[in-house]
Design a protein around this ligand. Structure first.
Ligand code: NAP
Length: 234
């Protein structure tokens, strides 16, 4: 029997929901009728969405936050540190640690903290990135971090079953990650990257949000990495 999960009245928790992709997921889930909680260091409540301040690198902060969320039907993790693309010789210990602390160790700690509150048929959706499987000079740090997230998703899909675990892997998407909206630098990067893609442009956060909603709602989808990159992997 096919199972499609309506988001109506479901509790969706988005860790990273204060910006970019996570915020777009929070708004899209809210629009689909879900009860939405966003977590992040700068989280605030507004527009019918509950915000709880949490630092994903801090276990006690995570434990406190999840103790107040109640039962979770869908957990989404989009947090990521804004790190650069240094070549090996320029890669600092600080940047290496920050990237792994937020997106690899942070995701593991967050899922551990959320586990007691996840519904029996909950979904977990993680976020990797195109560089998990696209390689080149300067790609080392983001490749390693995002490949770890994809390995995490596939292992947890088996270990946490019947809960479903999927990974969304975006290409370049026009978010605050790339600078302030409308800034010259961000616009130039988006135009340059977009012109080299089969899609002819970079992605928008709301287009990627729909992929997270698909992962939450499709009851047969688990252990999957969903690429949304305008053809960037080709
Ligand atoms: N946009 C792209 O082109 C692109 C491409 C490939 C992969 N990705 C991945 O997609 C994810 C979302 O990217 P985005 O574009 O939405 O980036 P973003 O706008 O920079 O958002 C990053 C989010 O991470 C949260 N965060 C950072 N450090 C945190 C911490 N210590 N504790 C809790 N939350 C923390 C931030 O919230 P607070 O500041 O409130 O803590 C923010 O909500 C990231 O994992 C990124 O690597 C993005």
């Amino acid at each position: 029997m096919s199972k499609q999960h309506s988001l109506h009245q479901q509790h969706v928790v988005v860790l990273g929901g204060t910006s970019g992709l996570g915020r777009a997921v929070a708004y899209a889930a809210n629009e689909a009728g879900a009860k939405v909680t966003i977590l992040g260091r700068s989280a605030d409540s507004s527009d019918g969405i509950t915000g709880i301040a949490v630092d994903i690198t801090d276990n006690s902060s995570l434990a406190k936050a999840f103790a107040t969320t109640g039962t979770i039907q869908h957990l989404v993790l989009t947090s990521g540190a804004r790190v650069g693309s240094p070549r090996l010789a320029a890669l600092s210990q600080e940047e290496l640690r920050l990237a792994f602390n937020v997106k690899v160790f942070g995701y593991v700690q967050a899922i551990q903290a959320a586990l007691p509150y996840l519904a029996e048929d909950a979904s977990i959706t993680l976020t990797s990135g195109i560089l998990a499987r696209k390689y080149g000079a300067g790609g080392l740090l983001k490749s390693m971090v995002n490949a770890s997230v994809e390995a995490m998703g596939k292992n947890l899909a088996k270990e946490l079953a019947p809960r479903r675990v999927n990974v969304v892997s975006p290409g370049v998407i026009d978010t605050e990650l790339w600078g302030i909206a409308g800034s010259e630098g961000r616009n130039a990067t988006m135009a340059r990257v977009g012109s080299g893609l089969p899609a002819g442009r970079v992605g928008q956060a709301n287009e990627v949000a729909q992929v997270y909603l698909l992962a939450m709602q499709n009851g047969f989808m688990t252990g999957t990495v969903l690429d949304i990159e305008g053809g960037g992997l080709l």
